[in-house]
Design a protein around this ligand. Structure first.
Ligand code: HEM
Length: 404
């Protein structure tokens, strides 16, 4: 089963440092050409897993019922065993139960239902950019990008303003297990705090429903049975897991890419390129979630490789989004790129529930930037995130010059 690493080069796709210390795009180019599907060898601490890199295979496997999400949809989780939320959290539930829960939650994510939330995103983005433009150097990640997604999700869930500071703090701690200097125990207890907070809120909204996603989940029935408060809490948390870091990373990546490609910034600022197509290229370029993980339910084969039931299979969006057979000159940041059917939001039954909102957040940011900023400049080195799942930076020191 174990094959030599592609191109004579071997990268450990479990080690977070791999994605910071190497030219991963060159690695994926070789993988797509030479071993588009390969078995990543086991190590002392982890089992091996399949790596799928080409666009067509990744896209097809997103739809394949032979693959399950219930043991987890992120490599670190499936390597450790099982996702404890499997079968109750939308992203890690399969089949009919997934479809029913998704239909229920989807009603809160239609463009119509999100109207007010999107208006708030626009207002917030305009205010945040106007507070930093012309004010000397600042960290775009802390001052702007950090402030948008969590507040948006809190708007969606009608989290009282006074509670948001705690939720933000817990979420930072929960995410920090990815960082070099952090403790797993602190992260775990922060996750528990978030879940307990949502259990309380779910009980509250069951008694006094409002016009928000928690109230909707609290009063809805699936097959005549109401969701438990634990199920409601887990699915509220899933919105933070799905929508916070991904959106923040896209915003940071957008600004960095526009600074590094001044011709593209000029095209955007002067209206020579369409805002919606710019949003899609930022999403492709950023690919905030590098992979999704699945587990095989049964034996099947891909490109002559025999996948066995229970094998872990990883689908690499970051590679698919740079597949030269689909995207012309993929390592060029081209805001007018069309077509641009990237897989940044996944594909198939688990296609991102928050895709409309994620796009609206980026659109609002680009609108605020083009409306108020003439020139953006890097003032220091951005700090990369150490993770085998998300790719990007968590600081971005910049200076914005005001439009006249
Ligand atoms: C699913 C990416 C924004 C909530 C997904 C998946 C991807 C993704 C790749 C598929 C996971 C899989 O197949 O296992 C992104 C990116 C975003 C973003 C790149 C921003 C740029 C959001 C937002 C929310 C959200 C704003 C909600 C507020 C979800 C949920 C799922 C999901 C609930 C699970 C859907 C299901 O399993 O049916 N997202 N997401 N995402 N996302 Fe997003």
């Amino acid at each position: 089963m174990s094959e030599p690493a592609p191109g004579g080069r071997s990268l450990d796709l479990v080690d977070p440092a791999t994605f910071v210390d190497n030219d991963v795009h060159a690695f994926w180019r070789d993988v797509r050409a030479e071993s588009p599907v390969y078995w990543h060898p086991a190590t002392e601490s982890n089992p091996g897993f399949w790596v799928v890199s080409r666009y067509a295979d990744v896209q097809a496997l997103y739809h394949d019922p032979a693959l399950s999400s219930e043991r987890g949809n992120v490599l670190d989780v499936v390597l450790r065993g099982n996702d404890s939320a499997g079968g109750s959290m939308l992203a890690v539930t399969d089949g009919p139960s997934h479809r029913k829960l998704r239909n229920l939650m989807f009603s809160a994510f239609t463009p119509r239902a999100l109207g007010e939330v999107v208006t708030n995103v626009q207002l917030r983005s305009t205010e945040l950019v106007s507070a930093v433009v012309g004010a000397g150097s600042f960290d775009f990640a802390a001052e702007v990008a950090d402030q948008i997604p969590m507040n948006t999700i809190c708007d969606l869930l009608s989290v009282p303003l006074g509670d948001r500071r705690d939720l933000l703090r817990w979420n930072k701690m929960a995410l920090s297990s990815d960082r070099a200097d952090s403790s797993d125990l602190d992260a775990l207890s922060a996750r528990n705090e978030i879940l307990l907070y949502f259990v309380d809120l779910a009980e509250d909204r069951r008694r006094t429903p409002g016009d928000d996603v928690i109230s909707m989940l609290a009063s809805a029935e699936v097959d005549g049975v109401r969701l438990t408060v634990e199920e409601i809490a887990v699915n509220c948390y899933s919105l933070i897991l799905g929508g916070d870091e991904t959106s923040r990373i896209s915003a940071i990546c957008a600004v960095l890419a526009l600074i590094e490609h001044p011709d593209q910034w000029d095209a955007l600022r002067t209206g020579a390129v369409d805002l919606d197509s710019a949003v899609e290229e930022v999403l492709r370029w950023a690919t905030p979630g590098m992979h999704v993980a699945r587990t095989a339910r049964s034996d099947f084969s891909v490109h002559g490789h025999q996948i066995r039931a229970d094998d872990i299979v990883t689908l690499w969006n970051i590679s698919a989004n740079n597949d030269e057979s689909v995207f012309d000159k993929p390592r060029r940041f081209t805001l007018s790129r069309s077509p641009n059917k990237h897989l940044s939001f996944g594909h198939g039954p688990h296609y991102c529930l928050g895709a409309f909102l994620g796009r609206a957040e980026l659109r609002a940011l680009l609108t605020a930037l083009t409306g108020q900023v003439r020139r953006m400049e890097l003032c220091g080195k951005p700090r990369p995130i150490y993770s085998n799942f998300v790719s990007g930076y968590d600081t971005l020191p910049v200076r914005f010059e005001m439009s006249r």
